[in-house]
Design a protein around this ligand. Sequence first.
Ligand SMILES: [Zn+2]
Ligand SMILES: [Zn+2]
Length: 354
Amino acid sequence: MKVFGHAEPGAPAEEIELEKPQLTGSEVLVRVTHSGVCHSDVHCQDGYFDLGSAGRRELTASGAQYPVVLGHEIVGEVVEVGPEATVQPGDTKYIVYPWVGCGECQACREDRENYCSGAKRNLSVALNGGYAEEVLVPGDRYLVPLGDIDPSFGATLACSGLTSYSAIQKIMPVPAEKPVAVIGAGGVGLMTIALLKALGHENIVAVDVSEAALQNATAMGATATVVAGGEAPHKDIVAAGGEKIAAAIDLVNNGDTSSAALFAMANGGTLVSVGLFGGQFTFPTALVAFNLLNIRGNFVGSLPELKELVRLAQDTDLPRPPIQELPLTAQQVNAALDGLRNRTVNGRAVLVAS
Ligand SMILES: [Zn+2]
Ligand SMILES: [Zn+2]
């Protein structure tokens, strides 16, 4: 089976032929029909994440072995099943939950596999991902039926959608009219805005350095925008929301953005740190106490959250970010990753099998 893998950190994707796996237990082999290209894959291609003064987190520390096959926003059809699987091969499309944990730790037993403290089996890191013709999924429980959702949009629910949904769960409840800042209007930011709107939120402040990104944000439901980079960004955010913000979801999370969000925060507000751009923030610790602030981290989401999100997408006509469809080839994997790295992709890129 053909995969589009990276031979070493920084290398471009190339076509690699792998032997077909022998399926055991409830494993399933999925033919990839749609594969979203997420910004975190750019960091994975580099082979590390910037941890500020804590150095780097190498991809190999998360169980990656080269060549790595990236891509974790996968929609596809089951082509082969293990002896204990309860799904059948056929043309039913599924969204693959890629954030597979060890299956044994406390978090995994509680169905919070994104909190796994054991040997994670995330697709695109420890296991091969969806820049491939076929992908091995370690259990049929990780397949969520797509239903009538557009498959390219459905693919993006597995990471950018799920991350947004899970981050929003961490700020709620917030009264509909109280300002919530969404920092970064790329793929995850636009989805966060769309979901906040779909959930009835009425005061959504989008913050980005790019005017084009902010136009997308307004189209998705942002009610005010802030061009980042001013002298006092926290004041710009407060002015845009009409008062101090009740919460911020920071999809950039580079230090400057987190500090701005915390200085703009109303008493009792919540900052959810999501972005992986790296860096470090400084903020007066006494103000965290005086202002009763909450600082929470978010990394993707759980399998039950993905199922809730897919139900929401099936029941609601969610606004969608612009999606650019490209052929699922090694060349286009590289073109899409370069596009994200250079910020020339407007909205989302999804690779589609021919
Ligand atoms: Zn992702
Ligand atoms: Zn675990």
